[in-house]
Design a protein around this ligand. Structure first.
Ligand SMILES: Cc1cc2nc3c(=O)[nH]c(=O)nc-3n(C[C@H](O)[C@H](O)[C@H](O)COP(=O)(O)O)c2cc1C
Length: 170
């Protein structure tokens, strides 16, 4: 899929078919995440691939929407703050930007392979930590289901460029 078609085709999929995701597609999507740039190439991100079959109840505690565990796979994107680049002037830590780029790479690669995803930030952090058995230094940032869509995209509601872009100064 051509890039501009791809970014127009991606949408938040909130219904999934039970069909399994082929391992080659899963590996391709994970490799796209691997290729994402990170600040100073620190790569402070870890991905956890969860297979939902037989674990719907447990994984469902992380985010209580039926569609979250309808997909055969849920991926957690985690960050390790101490491994991330920190800006010297104000100690800004780049882990959330790094994680967002990794998620975007992963999600766009999935879209190009006909797979659906949905950014999920509104998860229960305590449940996520417990289900994933995360060590203290590992922070869950974003989850996404990964599977074949069972819904259709709605209209793209976005601000027009005139409300988004300024030129030369504020
Ligand atoms: C950082 C981030 C967090 C999000 N968290 C959630 C979420 O917890 N649950 C959900 O259903 N959608 C979530 N979304 C999806 C947005 O609601 C969605 O991207 C937005 O409404 C635009 O729709 P589209 O993705 O279909 O283009 C999140 C998106 C982003 C970028």
């Amino acid at each position: 899929m051509e890039y501009f078609e791809l970014i127009a085709a991606r949408y938040s999929v909130r219904a999934y078919r039970p069909d399994l995701v082929e391992d080659e597609k899963l590996q391709a999507v994970l490799n796209a995440a691997r290729l994402a740039p990170t600040a100073a190439n620190r790569q402070p991100i870890q991905l956890i691939v969860m297979h939902t079959a037989g674990h719907e109840e447990e994984i469902g505690k992380i985010y209580r929407r039926p569609w979250f565990v309808q997909s055969p796979i849920v991926i957690a994107v985690c960050a390790i703050s101490s491994q991330a680049w920190v800006r010297e002037s104000d100690r800004f830590n780049a882990r959330l930007i790094d994680a967002a780029i990794v998620v975007d790479h992963l999600i766009l690669a999935a879209t190009s392979l006909g797979l659906g995803t949905c950014w999920v930030a509104a998860f229960n952090v305590e449940a996520a930590r417990s289900v994933l058995r995360l060590p203290d230094e590992v922070e869950p940032i974003i989850f996404t289901p990964l599977g074949y869509p069972a819904d259709e995209p709605g209209p793209k509601i976005r601000k027009p460029l005139t409300e988004l872009v300024r030129y030369e100064h504020w």
